[in-house]
Design a protein around this ligand. Structure first.
Ligand SMILES: Cc1cc2nc3c(=O)[nH]c(=O)nc-3n(C[C@H](O)[C@H](O)[C@H](O)COP(=O)(O)OP(=O)(O)OC[C@H]3O[C@@H](n4cnc5c(N)ncnc54)[C@H](O)[C@@H]3O)c2cc1C
Length: 452
């Protein structure tokens, strides 16, 4: 299966004289969902560009048995078009593994298999191209001009899907190098941890995955393993059935209409619905620890330290020295490490290629774009040329925005808005809960969709 991650896609030859309806910048799963749905509709002319030489989904974190947090049914297309040839079910059947898959009893699949599915979709799409780094975008003469090296492509609308950027505390940045790096590069670096003192910083899913793989000796058997988390404990993903209602279109539509301060508060409160660690993963780690400590009775070689934040770092001939501050006692202490793996998440930055348009786009006080309900950027440029953004609206659309759950619903909303008619029914209806925050306008929108 490994080799399939190098799938390149069709031999797409982007055309520089043609005016596309949409050019998508970046081909992660979110723009890929739009590309897959658009490819089925001949009426839309689309092209999706990625700077990578071939498709790859977070390749540095495709750790051996790391699992998805979301169901395989939340694929690129099924929630709006289950008959699409790009569904996960079709991937299983076409790759001759439907029955073995069913017998495996999995409800969530490995990241490796999900990545393989994405690569399989890419390999069939006529509207994607790789080795295409978008370096600049300008708007004139009624079109966007999208520059890739010396080439320029023309489009009426843009969808920015350039993803997030690894985030590190400022005090760590000067030490970044061979032995101190962000977890997003882990599998690509293939570090040698044998007999090393290893510090893993960050208590989310990535921290847990990295701890588990380091504990299992996947990169060699470490001498000492410290897992540090700012969180109050090692915290589980909240994936209860009622929590899942946050990841449904009716909730997002209602949420969109709340005032900004309320939205911010709610997103913070719902953090563990997407940033916690799956209970399977935690159980697996806990059972390993129990076996190591109480059955094998090994001398202490690992520590898990919640409620402790990295606040300073220094380096000398004895390695890295990390100052930790305790969240409850306020006390500080220092630990030492030969290898530091930062599992400190990702941040949103303004894509460099937007610099010529940046001043015409409305940003909030935190530098986030102001988005319409249809993910369209508020900008002062030509109104007939629109810029859409995916994975940029957690502040406006809520906690589901950086997640796969609603990727194809959002794709349908964007394609409908681009086309000006219903290309795909986004399948919006009231689900289990009466959130009590729908305005008259949103209720009318939902009921008119139900009637039509
Ligand atoms: C390890 C990991 C596991 C995750 N697992 C789950 C999960 O199980 N369930 C879930 O719901 N969510 C999960 N997520 C969250 C989210 O679904 C993923 O991060 C997802 O990849 C986001 O997709 P994206 O399309 O926004 O961006 P990305 O996947 O980051 O893709 C962005 C693409 O843009 C390209 N690009 C950037 N700049 C340019 C440019 N100038 N020109 C051309 N191309 C450019 C990049 O090469 C890249 O391919 C996970 C995240 C991580 C990090």
């Amino acid at each position: 299966m490994q080799g399939t991650h190098t799938r390149k896609g069709h031999d797409t030859q982007p055309q520089s004289a043609h005016i596309y309806d949409v050019i998508g910048v970046g081909l992660g799963p979110f723009n890929l969902s739009i590309a897959a749905l658009a490819a089925e509709k001949a009426s839309l002319s689309t092209l999706f560009l990625d700077k990578k030489a071939h498709f790859a989904w977070h390749p540095g974190l495709l750790l051996n048995d790391a699992k998805m947090q979301t169901s395989f049914l939340k694929d690129l297309v099924s929630a709006v078009d289950p008959t699409s040839r790009y569904s996960f079910l079709n991937y299983l059947v076409t790759n001759r593994k439907f029955y073995p898959f069913m017998a495996s009893g999995q409800t969530t699949i490995s990241r490796l298999e999900f990545s393989d599915y994405l690569g399989w979709v890419v390999s069939q799409l006529p509207n994607v191209a790789f080795n295409q780094e978008v370096t600049a975008i300008e708007q004139s003469d009624g079109v966007f001009k999208v520059s890739v090296g010396q080439q320029q492509y023309l489009t009426r609308h843009l969808v920015m899907g350039t993803g997030l950027t690894p985030s590190m505390p400022e005090c760590v940045t000067p030490f970044v190098g061979k032995h101190c790096f962000h977890a997003s590069e882990l599998a690509l670096r293939d570090p040698q941890l044998t007999d090393k003192r290893v510090a893993i910083i960050g208590g989310g899913q990535t921290g847990a995955d990295v701890f588990q793989h380091a504990f299992d000796g996947e990169f060699g058997h470490a001498r000492e393993l410290n897992w540090i988390s700012r969180r109050a404990n090692i915290e589980v993903l909240d994936e209860a059935c009622f929590t899942d209602q946050y990841f449904m279109p009716d909730y997002v539509n209602d949420f969109y209409q709340l005032d900004q301060a309320t939205k911010q508060r709610e997103v913070a409160r719902q953090k563990l619905t997407s940033d916690g660690i799956t209970s399977d993963c935690l159980q697996g780690i806990y059972q390993r620890l129990y076996h190591d400590k109480y059955v094998l009775r090994k001398p202490n070689w690992w520590n898990i330290c919640p409620n402790q934040s990295l606040v300073a770092m220094r380096q000398d001939e004895d390695g890295y020295h990390i100052t930790l501050a305790h969240g409850l006692t306020g006390e500080t202490r220092e630990i030492s490490a030969d290898v530091v793996i930062m599992c400190t998440g990702f941040k949103r930055i303004v894509p460099h290629c937007l610099r010529d348009l940046q001043d015409q786009i409305s940003w909030d006080e935190h530098g986030r774009p102001i988005l319409s309900a249809d993910f369209c950027v508020d900008w002062q440029g030509a109104p007939h040329n629109r810029i859409y953004m995916v994975n940029a609206g957690i502040a406006s659309h809520g906690i589901a925005e950086p997640q796969l759950s609603l990727a194809c619903w959002r794709a349908a909303r964007i394609l409908n808005h681009v086309a000006g008619y219903t290309v795909y029914d986004p399948v919006e209806h009231r689900n289990m809960l009466d959130w009590g925050m729908a305005t008259q306008a949103s209720q009318e929108r939902v009921s008119s969709r139900l009637i039509s």
